[in-house]
Design a protein around this ligand. Structure first.
Ligand code: NI
Length: 205
């Protein structure tokens, strides 16, 4: 009983030190976490640096640059005419969505940029895109011109040899909505479907 106060002192001091350490550590952790949050927010803002200058040839053989589309929205999609499923489905989805939009669709140019310029000449693009309606601008160019455009949009693509001979192309398949100033506004996955795409476009245009 009598020696108790003195005997407890070291424990109390140790407990106080422990509590202090925990509080100090957790406030440092919170500060660190805030810094992380700020950094990841900046990274997100960096990620929307999608799009940029391009200079390519359209399906009529005319040279077109990004500046030609200022004042109109664009829906930009990268693909290739020999694509068995994803590209034709995406083009059909875009076409259907724009048809659902009505007159608002006149302010939107859907642009299909080939990542297979070896086979996708202007002459190859023209009938292919016409089969999805009259709206599409098809763009192709040299390997270097296509690579530059793809890089600007953060699009991945790669040639894949086929067992049966020839090759296919792996590529990312995101639809980008760009504003009248050419700046990124939104992106869509194919799974969205024509109704969801039309609904979102109606809100943004
Ligand atoms: Ni494809």
């Amino acid at each position: 009983m009598i020696r108790a106060p003195k005997a407890w002192m070291p424990y109390l001091l140790a407990l106080a030190a422990l509590i202090f350490a925990i509080v100090a550590a957790s406030s440092l952790w919170i500060l660190g976490d805030r810094t992380l949050q700020r950094e990841s927010r900046q990274q997100l803002q960096g990620e929307v640096q999608i799009g940029g200058p391009f200079s390519l040839i359209d399906q009529n053989g005319q040279r077109r640059t990004d500046a030609d589309f200022r004042g109109r929205h664009t829906l930009v999609f990268f693909g290739f005419t020999n694509c068995p499923d994803v590209c034709p489905t995406t083009l059909a989805t875009i076409s259907e969505a724009l048809n659902k939009l009505g007159p608002k669709a006149d302010g939107v140019v859907p642009i299909f940029i080939s990542i297979d310029p070896q086979r996708d000449t202007p002459a190859a693009l023209k009938p292919y895109l016409a089969s999805f309606g009259p709206r599409f601008v098809g763009l192709t160019g040299t390997e270097a011109e296509v690579a530059k455009a793809a890089r600007a949009y953060g699009v991945y693509y790669q040639k894949v040899p086929l067992d049966a001979g020839g090759y296919s192309m792996n590529h990312s398949s995101i639809i980008y909505l760009m504003g009248r100033d050419g700046k990124y506004l939104a992106h869509y996955q194919l799974e969205a479907g024509p109704d969801a795409l039309a609904a979102d476009l109606a809100k943004r245009l």
